[in-house]
Design a protein around this ligand. Structure first.
Ligand code: HBI
Ligand code: FE
Length: 296
């Protein structure tokens, strides 16, 4: 099996130049993973399970354990799907990598989570610029066992289908919501601020940085604030938004976003690292020691 994914095109977006792969779903070629690929999984799995103790929220850690993922081998989508289907009626589908937005949204709206079948190379343990199996499986799939979060991701997908019809501005607003919640979200818990965002839990450096560095802002969740906030994909985040519970995410998606998008169209965007007057500031970032992804 040729484990080089089929790169079909690159797409210029406001976030940079990103690869977009074939849009079909694919079978996970499990028997073709090499010992070196299982080893990459093992190394990352052990490293992140350790770093996330006391940093990731309990919902993430406990749900991940319910899947029975181990460092021994790359999990089989089929096995995970038994747990996921029974738990929240979601399922994993194999994909080559990043999908065009509207196809990605359609999967989520139908409770299918696209998981990249290939895993990063040993020299990419700390960083790669696109989702791979480790990010998708280790990072995203556990939270889909949380009923409220599972419904939120579906609601996001439905919102995406709608936003895609409304146009580029609406889509940009909605994509920021995904970025600052599903990918880079933090949550307030009785034990302190914890991680639930997938982009963080799959990164050792950012798992430590987001909670322990003085550099980034940590600001209370606010839907419209997030929809106006720019983000970077190739650095650690300069701002993290902190929810008080997963129901807060679900509640935020209940209203129709159409009038919100219309209102936001006339308002300037906020730079990624800015602090605004009405922000519920949990930590005001110093902006110092700001890190390029993969440096730490
Ligand atoms: N495709 N496979 C995959 N995984 C993603 O996380 C993903 C995607 N396509 C688009 C995308 N994410 C984001 O731009 C969405 O928020 C729109
Ligand atoms: Fe992701």
């Amino acid at each position: 099996m040729n484990t080089t994914p089929r790169r079909v095109e690159h797409q210029q977006t406001d976030r940079g130049y990103i690869p977009v792969y074939t849009t079909a779903t694919v079978e996970q070629p499990w028997a073709d993973y090499t010992p070196s690929e299982h080893e990459v999984w093992a190394t990352l799995f052990r490293r992140q399970r350790e770093v996330l103790q006391g940093r990731a929220c309990n919902e993430f850690l406990e749900n991940q354990q319910r899947f029975g993922m181990t460092p021994d081998t790359i999990p089989k989508f089929q096995d995970l799907n038994k747990v996921l289907k029974a738990g929240t009626d979601w399922e994993i589908v194999g994909v080559e990598g990043l999908l065009p937005d509207e196809i990605f949204f359609d999967h989520l709206a139908n409770r299918r989570f696209p998981v990249t079948w290939w895993i990063r190379k040993p020299e990419q343990l700390d960083y790669l610029s696109e989702p791979d199996l480790f990010h998708d499986l280790f990072g995203h799939v556990p939270m889909l066992l949380n009923p409220v979060f599972a419904d939120y991701v579906q609601a996001y997908g439905r919102g995406g289908v709608k936003a895609h019809k409304l146009g580029a501005d609406a889509l940009m607003n909605l994509t920021r919501l995904y970025w600052y919640t599903v990918e880079f979200g933090l949550i307030n818990t009785p034990e302190g601020v914890r991680i639930y965002g997938s982009g963080i839990v799959s990164s050792k450096g950012e798992s430590i940085y987001c909670l322990e560095s003085d550099s980034p802002n940590r600001i209370g969740f606010d839907l419209e604030r997030i929809m106006r906030t720019q983000y970077k994909i190739d650095t650690y985040q300069q701002t993290y938004f902190v929810i008080d519970g997963f129901q807060q995410l679900m509640d935020a998606t209940l209203p129709d976003f159409t009038p919100i998008y219309a209102r936001l169209e006339d308002q300037p965007a906020f730079p990624a690292g800015s602090v605004q007057q009405d922000d519920r500031v949990i930590h005001r970032g110093t902006g110092e020691g700001w890190v390029k992804t993969g440096d730490a």
